[in-house]
Design a protein around this ligand. Sequence first.
Ligand SMILES: Nc1ncnc2c1ncn2[C@@H]1O[C@H](COP(=O)(O)OP(=O)(O)OP(=O)(O)O)[C@@H](O)[C@H]1O
Length: 223
Amino acid sequence: MLELRIAGRDFGQPVLGEVFATIDRGDRICLLGPSGIGKTTLLNAIAGLDKSVPQEAVIGRDKLRVGYLFQEHRLLPWRSLDANLRLVGASEEEAKGLLQQVGLSGYGDYLPDQLSLGMARRAALARCLAVKPDLLLLDEPFASLDPVMAGELKALIAGILDSHPDMAMICVTHDGGDAEILANRLWYLDGKPAQLQWDSSVGEPGLVDGLLGRLRGLDLAGS
Ligand SMILES: Nc1ncnc2c1ncn2[C@@H]1O[C@H](COP(=O)(O)OP(=O)(O)OP(=O)(O)O)[C@@H](O)[C@H]1O
């Protein structure tokens, strides 16, 4: 579905090195790695948001719809949730259905700033789904949420993945526990410049559990 041939990205100093990987329909990848190593930089490159990374570095993206849940909600603050969803192509009926899907029935007229952090993130997730994505990119979706809200959002995302078996996902997280729930594949980004040190689908098939164990051993992926 997608082939990455990213040659690198630097911001005055090298951040990303070469990243080669393929992503297939239904892949659920959790992307782990130390803070500041380049995980968001890699997601931006995959999404095509980083104009310094040539289009040809991500083969197949032009045929895909990409939904990107940023760390901030990035909804238009002066538009209602309904209007935010309509803006990316959802019909009135679809907008209603999407809000219901993310547990925000009845909030269509609210402005993003009238929502709690967890609600705003779910609204942003609804906007991702409104584009009917082939690839869903999630950048630390559970960060700054209390454990209850984080658990609810995790269950919501797991349900969405179950009901969209062809959709691929890449989720940046610091928590190996998220990978156990959401992922069937693990990437570990590290080094200077950063590269995919481990891709559980290459060389070590089915070793997600083993890799998580190794990450725990290094105390890098939560408990
Ligand atoms: N637009 C930019 N200009 C300059 N430096 C940048 C820019 N974007 C990212 N960087 C630098 O690139 C490095 C990687 O940043 P990035 O946000 O991709 O890391 P990350 O792994 O997602 O971090 P975290 O886990 O803390 O969210 C950091 O040193 C950051 O300061």
